[in-house]
Ligand binder design. Sequence first.
Ligand SMILES: [Zn+2]
Length: 471
Amino acid sequence: MQTCVLHSDLIYIEGATNSSRKDSRVHKMFETGLFILAHQIGNFRFYPTYKKLIKNQWKTFSDLKKEQEAQLKRMIYYSYNEVPYYNKLFKNLSLKPQDIRNINDLEKLPILTKDTIKKNWEDFKPANLKKMEFYEQNTGGSTGMPFKYRLYKFDRFLNAALWYRGWGYAGYELGDRTIFMGGSSLGIDARSYFIKIFHERVRNIRMLSSFDMDEVNMKNYVQTINRFKPRYIYGYASSLYFFAKWIEDYAINIHSPNAIISTAEKLFPEMREKIESVFETDLYDTYGLNDGGVSAYECSEHAGLHIDMERSVMEVIDKDGHQLDEGEGRILATSLHNYAMPFIRYDTGDIGHIISENCRCDRGYRLLKNVTGRQQEMLLTPEGKYVHGEFFTHIFWEINGVKEFQVLQKTLNKIVIKIVPENDFDDKQLVQISEYIRKRSKGWDVEFNLINNIERSVAGKYKFVINELER
Ligand SMILES: [Zn+2]
């Protein structure tokens, strides 16, 4: 009798599993379809580009390099012919576009700093700019004042296609349920409520802000994750780490995704360990810089990050400016598709360690063993809310007349903001900055110091945001 009941239960469960499997397959097809459609509406070249990139990953390094150099030559000719800055630069150096035939030849050109771009802003405007579609973006990275630059429309979609391929190294498929945990550079926090919801639904993602990490919000984040059951969690390294520690401290049950993908900041080994153990899954690190177009993604061998070659040229250079095949140095970026504002040998401000060994996964791309230079800190409000440092970087994207800035948390209640002003800076901007900050915390006492310059570390870098509470 009992056997029979068991048997019928089994049949019932088996039947339900089959139909729910079918249901979930249909559901997945719907999610993938909607996801692709949403991107295709943005740019019809998105999906074919993605498919091509997926195939590319198994090409040999030398084949990929040939294609990369062919595109580099096109970009050099374009820059020479259409962008006044490069036309003048080549003439001053007595160079012709045909003198740059391959990646080694890039060494004939100087390193492009953010300062040079700002000083020559108008000269970076291509003659044919009116004929093209582009976005205005803000630079990221860890050094120099952020500034606005132009990003050619297709280039942005190429970036997205590279994202998804890179996540694919961790098993991601288009339209998979994904949680985003971060700030403005992931498109979080800057949109209106309805736009946010729309983006979340069509892309099958849920966005959790790194700017509001208090007890109440973090409990909500846990609920969202446990209900949504994402296959992937993608976020700022420091936010993921912070969240993981909090989950562990309170011994909270959390859904374990297929993988966690970290971005935007230096991931230290102890951060990786903590995030992996709390979420009981593998972590994949990524590196990307939209303004330079460089990107790199970790594969399941976890031996480093594969450097993409389709959107840009990444050079790692020694202190004399020579390209390295192996070793640590500054990362330079040359965009291959940003026709709205080409950067050639753009100094990213980041330091990378490149290795020449091939990866066991057989992908052709070179490996970055690690990237240093991007570190962000979290600040704590008297109300008990943790605010990711990028919140302040974001404020200074909106404010004019600031050459450099640095935010220091001295005590729980006290924030000191050092500002190197430009001529057009006045009290109005100070009021505006204070208002932005008050929206996050009413309890912070904010002191402004207007100064002539901000001290650099030995490496010539400075941090935008420093939390002195924990020191
Ligand atoms: Zn690999």
